[in-house]
Design a binder for this molecule. Sequence first.
Ligand code: ADP
Ligand code: MG
Length: 171
Amino acid sequence: RGVNLYLIGMMGVGKTTVGRLLAKELGYGFLDTDDVIVKAAGKSINEIFVDEGEAEFRQLESDVLAQVCAYTKLTIATGGGIVLRRENWGYLRHGLIVWLDAPVEILLNRLAEDDTRPLLQDSDPEGKLRSLLEQRQSLYSQADLHITIAATQTPEQIVTCVLDAIPSVLK
Ligand code: ADP
Ligand code: MG
């Protein structure tokens, strides 16, 4: 038995980093929706945003989610905007949703050197992150079968918190 585990939350919160470690601990496969899209498209997320636009990127994300529903025992790191589309919630609810949450100051710190985030290519990254969080906060917290984890500690500590919080049938 076992279902997929979906990590949601803002860019920079550590979905990719924690997801990879968590998968190893659980003996699950690991998949990052951004990686799948980049490999399939043969270009970076930034390039997809420029060439195709955000709406097309969101469609590609939904396509990946639809495909991974066919599998179980995967830990899936999603993109920060995955919660924006209503149809994605149907896919996410196929598994267990874990929301990683951290304040904007911490996200900014973690993303300081990172130029691979198209939505952060802004003259005011802090203001941008705050408005994105404001727009998404209620969405991140809306899952009925979800777990919220404070993601301010080290990746290893966060993994321990998630393992403590998820039902034993998944382990
Ligand atoms: P996401 O996938 O949610 O956008 P990443 O896993 O890519 O986030 O992490 C963003 C950056 O923050 C990376 O440089 C990563 O090494 C770092 N990072 C991730 N989690 C933590 C953490 N718990 N503490 C410190 N730095 C972290
Ligand atoms: Mg990521």
